[in-house]
Write a protein that binds this ligand. Structure first.
Ligand code: S3P
Length: 175
């Protein structure tokens, strides 16, 4: 954990990381271990929009999706006893980073994966993930986001970890 991180026990944990890092898989496991609720921000966006994320991208473009994502996260983030999983690109919005890095009792956890792990784990989901489908820009997006993810309070390399091992690593990190 970074020296700048608050020492008190958090009341909410927010999971960030590139596609396939395990946010949606680990989140419910982590929440169950803590006796907390789990919310996936993408699920909320889809439920409220009534269409898939791929359709949102196709109809309104990425910028509109990012704004919807920013507003959704800002609304969900104050929840208590909450594990909140973000979509992989949410970290690109500066106001989302600022919010999650400075909000009291909030711990931003980065699940770090190598790009090769993303490709392996997400193979076949291109129709659901427009950013994965945009292969020409995938590597540069990954490189652009990496330093942003690494501003999180905690970064854990999860490529070689099972979901349970990754949850244990997060629990150890928060003490
Ligand atoms: C995105 C990742 C997706 C989803 C959307 C955009 C991205 O979430 O929010 O397709 O920009 O990396 P996952 O990280 O859960 O796949």
């Amino acid at each position: 954990m970074k020296a700048s991180t608050k020492s008190a026990a958090p009341r909410r944990i927010v999971l960030t990381g590139f596609m396939g890092s395990g946010k949606t898989t680990l989140g419910p496991l982590l929440a169950a271990r803590l006796g907390w609720n789990f919310i996936d921000a993408d699920d909320v966006i889809v439920a409220e929009a009534g269409v898939t994320i791929a359709e949102l991208f196709a109809r309104h473009g990425e910028a509109a999706f990012r704004e919807r994502e920013r507003a959704t996260i800002a609304r969900l983030a104050p929840g208590d006893s909450l594990v909140l999983a973000l979509g992989g690109g949410a970290i690109e919005h500066q106001s989302t980073r600022d919010l999650l890095l400075t909000a009291p009792d909030t711990l931003l956890v980065h699940l770090e994966v190598e790009l090769v792990t993303t490709l392996k784990r997400c193979k076949g989901t291109e129709q659901l993930r427009p950013i994965l489908a945009d292969q020409a820009n995938l590597e540069s997006r990954y490189q652009r986001r990496l330093p942003l993810y690494r501003t999180a309070h905690v970064s854990i390399a999860v490529d070689a970890l099972t979901p349970e091992e990754a949850v244990n690593a997060i629990l150890r990190a928060i003490g």
